[in-house]
Write a protein that binds this ligand. Structure first.
Ligand code: SF4
Length: 377
């Protein structure tokens, strides 16, 4: 148990002080850092250049100036990113990579250019016709632009060999994360919802092979322990993110454990490997065609619903919690379909509105308590 505490403390240090983690990386390697906006980003290209890709999923901060730049109906992740940029938090970044899968993100690159003109924006357009070969080829050309932009920053070419190596590092990290999520289900007292989130979130601020090593060590230490008994309820989370931590702590207070997730910030990042192949940029582009069940990846068949029902059944979950990011159109389109199908399948579900800046959690506390009581009745 001491080793587990030590690993979690190291992760907490990184996740609570990402700015320091970035400085440490720079000092240790002499290399730069690139911010990666949600939802998807070809981090392997940044990694292959020896730079550190860091996740930019907002965070809790007092929004005082951002609303002079972005509309108030912009999701709280983007409000935070703009506010933090205005406060100079990202001043150590060499560039940011942004894609435009939703209406909000389509305007953020211009806002960013106005707020922090000295931090370069590298934009990508992910094609929605992603299953056809033309879509894959198109995305390859987008990734080539990203590669050239990164090369212009470092002044060094990114070789195919380095790209293949980085794809291998990321696929190994994805496997480590999937294995951890599966093992964590047996240890609901040690791996509470907030701890589970911490393990995943810390990976956004660490070099991926280092993070994979820590996660593997954690999984190994967990497996030495006998599975923990759990009298409470089990849920699957879906949505963009389940932050802030205060919300995840309410699950624990109500004896609710998270047995699996379909969150954009969590499992959607590591459930699809980059396929093997000779041309690394083509392999990276093909991964986008293989992603299933994400509101940001166009799918007229809405396989997400079946995938969620299957996930609930396979993990023995008692219900689903829809973590609805306030003002997130793609998720709002999916919710009615999921709610209807879950009702038809007789699986309880709860809708929670997520706002990273929310000060009081009393409304959520009441809703989660009622849901727990309903599951227990
Ligand atoms: S609106 Fe939704 S998809 Fe777009 S940036 Fe915000 S959370 Fe992400």
């Amino acid at each position: 148990m001491e080793s587990i505490k030590k690993i979690l403390a190291a992760m907490k240090e990184v996740a609570s002080h990402p700015g320091q983690a970035v400085k440490n990386y720079r000092q240790k390697t002499g290399q730069g850092v690139v911010g990666c906006f949600p939802i998807y980003c070809p981090e392997e290209i940044v990694h292959a250049a020896g730079m550190l890709p860091v996740g930019m999923w907002g965070g809790q901060t007092q929004i005082s100036q951002a609303l002079t730049i972005v509309p108030s109906f912009c999701c709280s992740i983007m409000q935070s990113n703009i506010e933090l940029a205005l406060k100079g938090v990202y001043k150590d970044l060499d560039a940011v990579i942004m894609s435009s899968p939703c209406d909000t993100l389509k305007s953020i690159p211009q806002d960013w250019g106005y707020v922090v003109p000295d931090i370069k924006v590298i934009q990508i357009v992910y094609p929605q016709m992603r299953k056809i070969e033309g879509g894959v080829e198109y995305l390859k050309t987008e990734f080539l632009r990203v590669k050239q932009a990164i090369e212009a920053i470092t002044g060094e070419p990114i070789t195919d060999a380095a790209l293949k190596e980085s794809i291998g590092v990321y696929n190994r990290h994805r496997r480590s994360m999937r294995e951890f999520c599966s093992i964590a289900r047996n240890y609901p007292r040690t791996i509470t919802p907030a701890v589970r989130h911490l393990v995943i979130k810390s990976g956004y601020f660490m070099e991926k092979s280092q993070h994979a090593m820590l996660v593997d060590e954690l999984s190994k230490e967990l497996k030495k322990l006998p599975p923990e008994e759990w009298q409470g309820k089990k849920v699957v989370l879906t949505g963009i993110t389940a932050e802030p931590d205060a919300l995840l702590e309410i699950f624990d207070e109500n004896q609710i454990t998270v047995v699996a997730d379909d969150l954009a910030q969590e499992s959607r990042q590591f459930r699809t490997d980059v396929p093997a192949g000779e041309e690394p940029l083509l392999c990276l582009a093909r991964q986008w065609s293989l992603i299933e069940g994400c509101s940001l990846a166009y799918d007229p068949q809405k396989k997400r619903v079946e995938m969620l029902i299957e996930l609930v059944r396979e993990t023995g979950a008692d219900g689903l919690i829809f973590c609805m990011m306030k003002f997130c159109d793609p998720e709002e389109f999916d919710h009615p379909i999921i709610a209807e199908q879950f009702e038809a399948a007789g699986i309880p579900s709860l809708y929670l509105e997520i706002d990273q800046q929310q000060q009081s959690m009393e409304r959520e506390r009441t809703r989660i308590q009622s849901f727990a009581e309903m599951l227990n009745s």
